[in-house]
Design a protein around this ligand. Structure first.
Ligand SMILES: Nc1ncnc2c1ncn2[C@@H]1O[C@H](COP(=O)(O)OP(=O)(O)OP(=O)(O)O)[C@@H](O)[C@H]1O
Ligand SMILES: [Mg+2]
Length: 282
């Protein structure tokens, strides 16, 4: 198996836990726990792929001012950082995540120093020197995801996880991106947002995977839909469980497993992620 290109973001996460439920009246909150961790969806997916023995090749932007700690972390993991685009005089992206008592999360995200054309140039350069067997387009600015999908038009095994940007996508952007994608992986809210924008969205992808937190995972292919139950599991911190699921699913799928078995691989990895603080600690 060659490398798996993973595009999107590298970020530092601040994960803020609070014990009170928020309402429209909430003006200030007291935190019960604060965790800092390595994050960014593309890097979370890369972390999980590496743990599963695959070779991720992340293409992400990093601000030179504070990349050093992340660079050390990647070196310790053995993740190839040749695709990391370093931007001078800039800070890395930042996720500020508020996690409530029931695991509900509100995320503030600062996208940092991303520039689309550099990603496409880097992908083309990597494609000349590495055997790329698959690509995962993780959440990124909508135009970036479209340009990257277009750059991947002659490749195979392309997965798209629009994540937090799913409700910002226009119909033309979804259709154009989908035309160069094989598999869409989204959570239930993201799917509903995309379905409202494009009717018949299911038909745009060879495989569609919809996660629903503790609810069953839905798999749609060739117009047929099946579900896979998620076992009850302990939850310490839900941050990054969607990215862990994606990495497990992709690993199973590329390994020739059935969609159901691939989903089970994703569910198992997500369960491990739920037991640790942060997205890259399991
Ligand atoms: N409360 C839970 N109990 C058991 N498994 C869970 C729970 N929450 C999430 N998972 C696991 O993680 C997978 C992805 O969860 P979810 O649908 O919440 O994705 P997501 O919203 O993309 O997550 P993220 O918070 O990382 O963005 C689920 O399919 C399931 O396997
Ligand atoms: Mg997600």
């Amino acid at each position: 198996m060659g490398s798996i290109l993973v595009t999107g973001t590298l970020a530092y996460d601040d994960i803020c836990f609070h014990a009170d439920h928020w309402s429209g009246e909430t003006r200030n909150i007291k935190l019960t726990r604060l965790e800092s961790s390595y994050g960014g969806c593309a890097m979370n997916i890369a972390y999980n792929l590496k743990k599963l023995g695959l070779e991720p090749l992340p293409v992400v932007h990093a601000g030179d001012l504070d990349f050093e700690a992340y660079a050390t972390h990647l070196a310790e993991l053995g993740v190839n950082d040749i695709g990391v685009i370093r931007v001078a005089d800039a800070r890395c992206s930042k996720g500020i995540i508020f996690t409530g008592p029931d695991g509900t999360q509100i995320t503030a995200f600062y996208p940092g120093p991303a520039t689309t054309h550099q990603s496409v140039e880097r992908i083309e350069a990597l494609g000349r020197n590495h055997a790329i067997d698959a690509s995962i387009i993780a959440p990124d600015l909508p135009e970036s995801m479209l340009e990257i999908a277009t750059a991947l038009r002659d490749t195979r095994n392309r997965f798209w996880c629009p994540g937090q940007y799913a409700d910002r996508l226009t119909e033309p952007l979804i259709r154009s991106t989908a035309s160069n994608i094989d598999t869409l992986i989204v959570n239930r809210h993201e799917f509903e947002a995309m379905e409202q924008t494009v009717s018949g969205i299911t038909n745009l992808f060879h495989v569609l995977v919809i996660t629903a937190g503790p609810g069953p995972v839905t798999l749609v292919t060739d117009g047929r839909s099946t579900t896979v139950a998620v076992p009850t599991t302990q939850m310490i911190d839900p941050t990054g469980c969607g990215d862990a699921f994606t990495a497990g699913f992709v690993t199973g799928h590329l390994g020739g497993r059935t969609l159901t078995d691939s989903a089970l691989e994703g569910i198992e990895l997500a369960a491990r992620c739920l037991l640790c603080y942060g997205a890259q600690a399991h």
